[in-house]
Design a binder for this molecule. Structure first.
Ligand code: DC
Length: 229
């Protein structure tokens, strides 16, 4: 008998390991992983490169005119075993993780027309099924009918410590206090956004990984997926 294809939505706070869990689910269950945050980052990069964002100000008229020229796609790199993001045919996987983009992406992701374009694109991808997608509004707006929904969270001080440990070797000026302040700002931007804020879907399973190891979390998540009905 043919296996029933399902969609999985993962939402939650910044730096709580959503994408790591999503990647493990995609490997374990042979599903397509889509990082919706990468799409918001790609549009932000386009805005920076084309001076639609200049000295922290956004030229809205130019942004709205440009949206139809922005094409985002993903390609699985077999050698690296990762999915890479392409902006108008160019591989931008590294550029979209740059702090220039991270600093501006909240302002771009709160614009209605940007969200409408991306939600439309995300829903087209999900319609093919067998997708695990992570973000902030996946279980509430992008796939309200997802077969399994997770809402991942952890105490902000624990998230900040994990992020600080990850970044400190490559960034000697970084302090724990800076990382904590940045996470608090991102949480309040995500939760306070007027359009599609970060919200737990009523039928989402909450996973608080403050005191949970990555291995134990994967075991829990995999079992919940296997036992979903
Ligand atoms: O997951 P991330 O940190 O790479 O996301 C980048 C930004 O995009 C972050 O500011 C939140 C925003 N975002 C969003 O508004 N909706 C999504 N579905 C995914 C990300």
């Amino acid at each position: 008998m043919k296996k029933k294809l399902i969609n999985i939505a993962i939402d939650g706070h910044s730096s709580c390991g959503k994408s790591s869990i999503a990647k493990c689910i995609s490997k374990e269950f042979n599903m397509t992983y889509i990082d919706s945050g990468a799409m918001y980052r790609a549009i932000t990069l386009y805005c920076i490169e084309n001076e639609i964002i200049f000295e922290n100000a956004i030229d809205y008229t130019l942004l709205l005119q440009s949206l139809k020229k922005i094409d985002i796609s993903f390609n699985y790199n077999i050698a690296l075993s990762i999915t890479e993001t392409f902006l108008n045919g160019k591989n931008v996987e590294h550029l979209i993780r740059d702090s220039r983009v991270s600093d501006q992406v909240s302002s771009i992701s709160k614009i209605r027309e940007v969200r409408d374009k991306l939600i439309d694109f995300q829903q087209k991808i999900c319609s093919k099924k067998n997708v695990v997608m992570d973000g902030r509004d996946i279980g509430t707006k992008v796939m309200p009918d997802a077969d399994v929904k997770f809402f991942i969270t952890a105490d902000v001080s624990v998230r900040a410590q994990r992020r600080f440990d990850e970044l400190k070797t490559n960034n000697k000026d970084l302090t724990y206090a800076k990382v904590l302040a940045n996470l608090n700002k991102r949480d309040s931007d995500d939760v306070g956004r007027k359009i599609n804020p970060l919200l737990k879907a009523v039928d989402a399973i909450v996973i608080d990984n403050t005191f949970l190891s990555f291995v134990n979390q994967n075991e829990l998540v995999f079992n919940l997926i296997k036992n979903h009905n």
